[in-house]
Design a protein around this ligand. Structure first.
Ligand code: GTP
Ligand code: SPV
Ligand code: MN
Length: 616
């Protein structure tokens, strides 16, 4: 049974008495909010959390249309949502989060394993009993005057062996409405769980409290399959299905159970002859996963088709010696700024209707706007904070991390096999970050272990705030690996040993810059040219030369017909600068050293082998 410390009541009564009610209770009519699960373990847990948080009432979600309509109506009344212009963006809404609460917060994200070693050198760790005690203190009476929603959901296609059940308790209507888009929510989960009190399911507890950054914690208890998140109302902090369950708890379960939970998009690519491959790609947050997953091939690639399986998370398992992947999610929570008909038409088509926007600007005619949208900016708008905005102001109208939540069904390029229980077979795995220099446009690992090394040492530039600063982000999982990163590397190596037909592994970099500081590569749809080479390599008919870092295409091996990029740029994009790579090598060593001895021997050897190849 779960071990928990004694709740701390006394010291917190002061702030509780004055805690703002940011989420007043709602009172559903008969037939709404009363679909109680029958599994006794779930009922006991809900009872325990209700006793602690003391809500006004409990709302049991069933995922029905009627329930959704009621929740939207109540959210409009409470200004949780703003209705957008029905003609321009039908059935769509805007939500503004608290300006202090606009992104994931890694410094208050914790992995609460019995020992610090289990969480490893890259995670914030906190002792489970103490942490439960602290969180139970904060949750004590936190839902007074509020409705407690119980949200059942599944992650994965309904009939997949990889699919898992989760329950999220929350006092936020925005969370319920978002979970309905992002997951398969409601009765489907109750049916999947059944009545076995010992069945595996994830427990998620979320309360807004008073949305105070000083009382904001996102805590994971992998051994208990439990997440507790308090004090935030935004995205990855509170849609507990996503980063918290599908990645942090997911990666822990995956290692224990012999599968993989990765921060990867999944796409299908079909040739004019009808030959189809699937690839999975791990890029760090805001480095192009959604865009790549929705790529539209340029005119030159007539007859080629790219389809989306997922844009953020892949759950993968081994079958017949191959890796098969499913997208555990049911919707996209995508970056809005920069999204346009030019950069990503599939995303634009997806978010034209039935979309929940967060922190974008509102135009005077009830439409949404953001920096980088097609056409000129509006003469006047209400910015993401709710203030008047005009184009002459320095402030951005939409928050740089403003997001859309939209059902994957809206995507015109949705892959037909997205619901397939067995998943899709993965031919290639791609790693990539945002690197202004050093890293070529694309190269291929020599073998699986070398590929694991590419993933383990990948890096990305942080945002404009720290221009030029490069942070290592292994497999784009640094913020999302729910256990010791050394054991995670080991798990990758072990999976490789079980694969008789492993995916080839590649590294890409869309973000290399020339001397003028501009991107050398046009990116977006033109990334098809790189994808095509990757597919050629999978079919053993793409050319490449051996370089110290891996197999590199020559300009001749890439199909660059009709592309407006000059020869020198292509040479720069594919170039290996030995001086830059000496620095890169040193950075790999420093990174491995910083992990304090957890890095598997095989990867240390890869580091030495890379150094040796540069000496040849
Ligand atoms: P998360 O949802 O945070 O995980 O982000 P993501 O990895 O899905 O990134 P997304 O596709 O939303 O892109 C993030 C930013 O990178 C946007 O501003 C895009 O315009 C930009 N971007 C995406 N693809 C490319 C590309 O090929 N070239 C360039 N230059 N920019 C790109
Ligand atoms: C990311 O940061 O990788 C996201 C957004 O996909 S969030 O869901 O907020 O984590
Ligand atoms: Mn992401």
């Amino acid at each position: 049974m779960i071990q928990r410390g004694e709740p701390v009541h006394s010291c917190l009564n002061g702030h509780l008495r004055f805690m703002k009610n940011v989420a007043p209770a709602i009172f559903p009519p008969n037939g709404i909010g009363d679909t109680k699960p029958t599994n006794q373990a779930v009922l006991d847990w809900v009872h325990e959390i209700a006793k602690l948080t003391k809500p006004e009432n409990i709302f049991w979600c069933d995922g029905s249309e009627r329930e959704n309509e009621f929740l939207i109506a109540e959210s409009l009344k409470q200004n949780v949502l703003i209705k957008l212009n029905e003609k321009r963006v039908p059935r769509s809404y805007l939500h503004r989060s608290n300006p202090n609460d606009v992104a994931r917060v890694e410094k208050v994200t914790f992995i609460c394993t019995p020992t610090k070693e289990e969480a490893g050198p890259t995670n914030n760790w906190s002792e489970p009993a103490e942490t439960y005690s602290k969180l139970y203190g904060l949750l004590n009476g936190a839902m007074r005057g509020r409705t407690m929603f119980v949200v059942p959901y599944i992650m994965g296609p309904p009939d997949s062996p990889l699919t898992k059940v989760g329950f999220e308790i929350t006092d936020s209507k925005y969370v319920v409405l978002s979970m309905r888009i992002m997951t398969r929510m409601g009765k489907i989960a109750l049916n999947r769980l059944g009545n076995d009190p010992k069945a595996e399911w994830n427990r998620g507890v979320h309360s807004l409290l008073d949305v105070d950054p000083d009382r904001r914690f996102i805590c994971h208890f992998p051994q208990d399959n439990t997440i507790i998140s308090v004090g935030s109302g935004y995205g990855g902090n509170v849609l507990l299905s996503k980063k918290c369950f599908a990645l942090r708890i997911g990666s822990y379960l995956a290692r224990k159970q012999g599968w993989m939970a990765e921060h990867m998009l999944i796409l299908g690519v079909e040739s004019p002859e009808g030959k189809k491959h699937y690839v999975a790609a791990a890029f760090p947050s805001a480095c192009g996963k959604t865009n790549f997953a929705m790529l539209i091939p340029p005119a030159h690639f007539d007859g080629w088709k790219v389809t989306t399986v997922g844009d953020d998370i892949a759950w993968m398992e081994i079958r017949d010696g191959r890796l098969f992947a499913v997208n555990p999610e049911n919707g996209y929570f995508g970056v809005v700024p920069g999204t346009s008909y030019k950069s990503n038409p599939n995303a634009m088509n997806s978010i034209e209707h039935d979309t929940l926007y967060t922190n974008v600007a509102l135009t005077d005619d009830g439409d949404v706007w953001w920096e980088g949208k097609d056409g000129p900016p509006p003469k006047h708008a209400i910015d993401w904070r709710g203030n008047d905005w005009t184009p002459d102001l320095k402030e951005k109208a939409a928050h740089p991390n403003s997001r859309f939540a939209t059902p994957m069904r809206n995507n015109p390029a949705l892959d037909p096999d997205v619901e397939k229980g067995e998943g899709v077979p993965i031919s290639a795995i791609i790693f990539g970050g945002r690197r202004g220099d050093t890293v070529p446009l694309v190269y291929e690992a020599f073998d699986w272990t070398h590929g694991v090394y590419l993933g383990a040492t990948m890096a990305s530039e942080t945002t404009a705030a720290a221009a030029g600063a490069v942070g290592r982000d292994p497999m784009a999982m640094l913020p999302f690996c729910g256990y010791n990163i050394g054991d995670y590397f080991r798990h990758w190596i072990d999976i490789g040993k079980l694969l008789t037909n492993p995916p080839l592994i590649f590294n890409v970099n869309w973000f290399r810059k020339g001397a003028n500081g501009k991107f050398l590569w046009p990116g977006f749809g033109e990334n098809m040219r790189v994808l095509k080479w990757i597919i050629d390599r999978c079919e053993q008919n793409g050319g490449a030369v051996k370089s110290p870092v891996g197999w590199l295409p020559t300009p001749h091996d890439l199909d660059l017909d009709g592309l407006d990029v000059d020869h020198t740029s292509v040479a720069e994009l594919l170039g290996i600068d030995h001086e830059e790579w000496q620095k890169e090598l040193a950075a790999h060593k420093t990174f491995f050293d910083s992990l304090g001895g957890v890095v598997p021997e095989e990867l240390q050897e890869q580091c030495e082998a890379l150094a040796e190849r540069f000496k040849e």
